[in-house]
Write a protein that binds this ligand. Sequence first.
Ligand code: ADP
Ligand code: ZN
Length: 710
Amino acid sequence: MTVTTAKDALKKYFGYDSFRPMQEEIIDGIYNKQDALVLMPTGGGKSICFQIPAVTMEGVCIVVSPLISLMKDQVEGLRANGVNAAFLNSSLSSAEQSEVENDLFNGNIKLLYVSPEKLVSQSFFPLLQQANINLFAIDEAHCISSWGHDFRPEYKKLAFLKQQFPNIPLIALTATADKVTRKDIVKQLALDSPKVFIDSFDRPNISLTVRPGQKKFEQILDFIDKHPDQAGIIYCLSRKNTEDVASKLRGKRINATSYHAGLDPLVRSKVQEDFIKDEVQVVCATIAFGMGIDKSNVRWVIHYNLPKNMESYYQEIGRAGRDGTKADTLLFYSFRDVMVLREIIQNNRSENEAIQLSKLERIQQYADSLICRRKILLNYFGENLENNCGNCDVCKNPPQHFNGTVIAQKALSAVARCGERVGIRMLIDILRGSQRREILENRYDKIKTYGMGADISAYDWQHLIAQLINLGLLEIAYDQRNVLKLTPQSKEILFDGKAVQMVRMTDIKQRQEADKSKIKKKSVKERVRDELFEVLRKLRREIAQKSGIPPYLVFSDASLEEMAATRPLSEFDFSMISGVGEKKLKQYGKIFMGAILDFVSEKSGEGVQMEGATQLATFQLYNRGFSPEQIAMERGIAEQTVYDHLVKMYAKGQGVDIKRFVKTAEIKQVVEVIASIEPPYKLKEIFDALDGKFPYHKIRFSLAYYYKKS
Ligand code: ADP
Ligand code: ZN
């Protein structure tokens, strides 16, 4: 088996032109019967690594997958691409099971997905022995390790595979495995000197933004407004939050629903299904949501609350943009959340409380960061990003510093004068000169800094105090009802006049404004592209509804985007779109090209400048059976122009039947003339050489024919 075979299969079945860097190496290893351990981030393209060997080698590939819903999804996806695949798990009736088993026995399946329970069952073993297996693929391989976070006891039994089938290569794949888990996977599966592939965990298509957690609902509305009709998830800490946010969104006519572990299982699976099928746009969920979902076109993720650590955060935002196209994430950050999370951790009284608290601190540092966020994120996972990413809020709007010494002094001095007994909210109220009863009762209105910060809004103060905390100038005493304490450094500011550099709050506001203006400034071309994308998306949804599969299995967002940008109208051009393989070209090519054609002619009818539109309008009439003369009449253009359009469409590979306009014998004559003269060929020269007997359009068709053939 060669890499060329693999590449051909990649185009034929999946419609992709090239492998991603690591895929090719991995596949090559499998062809050489080597075991492998593959670590790639979600969306990195793990599946291709075993699917291509499976379809190119003799026999069947057995894929072990822990989640029933994912199995179904993968199998549907493969079938949509014309690959014979099936799954076996407890969700099938026994009749269905034996049908699949028969197919396996008869060698009619290229990929068989099985649950670990099924694979290790006594009854299945004889079948395994008889089947012509070319590869074992263990997906979500971290489930085998009790060190990992999704330990599944049945995975442990998979060790028998290498004992029973020592000569069949085995590939273990996962998106999450630290060093310990990695070792454990290799050991437990008894892999035979496996090659270990570790891909970068960076997901550059996912934008990262952190905003202060204030006026969250307003911000969410604004965000969704910028992501019209795009599927997204809002992760909330509490069940109640999920329901509240969803119902408020519905109040704003946004198609939203909620999901949490307290809901009836039937309701939950309905929510999942609706989300997968683009029937609901927004799911407000607790972290219970997402595990069994492979939806590739989740376009955004919002964290309504701070996640408890970087691992969860990365896993959750990782559900966005699996198709590799642009996806946006937004994290709301507030000290309130930090306090709530600390309480949860402390109430759990788990033995690794200290670790959990320090993990919480790490994500706080991330949220507070004034340097490229992706750097911090990847650094946390042991990777170094050389340059700033350019796709996080800090990179897009680098913060400007100003001398914040006076502001810091006001705040710190207020903390000191209140005897370090007040929390953030109280401190702000004191600085702003509030008349709250508690303030008067405690005589905080008598201190020197009372009301000295009234010129700064409460919102801005929140942010400024957060900075002081991050700078190590204030500390939150979590064990003393979250009051603020001074630190050794703060004393330098207060008493030694040391200067403090801070970031202006207005910068953060400007960032949001800048975001808005960026959205507004779309060119006509971009607007047209987006409009066509919408048209194609609707079409995709209709097709998906009819055939009962999720829309993203018809075409990914990435494919639709490419179609909207390049507007393919010939089979050839359509087949060049990434994600269009043979089966999809046949099955959907005509209907999608039809929609593109309609769109283009409608737009140009409206007077929008569209490249190639006038040719298309001509071509459309031609397809309806109009003669060139009739087309010229209908469109109010010269007949010569009509011919010009048809020649161009023909040259592009469109279905123009040139025999209608020029006879084969005539073409031959023209070609003879061409052969006798030097390029560049001038129409007039050919016309004269043929004694003016051939009308120009015949010459042009012949020329086009000639170019095509040579
Ligand atoms: P993972 O299992 O690692 O999360 P998938 O196998 O689901 O990732 O792949 C993620 C997305 O990338 C899918 O939409 C897949 O079709 C696409 N993809 C995989 N390999 C390639 C490739 N070589 N070229 C283009 N797209 C690819
Ligand atoms: Zn960045």
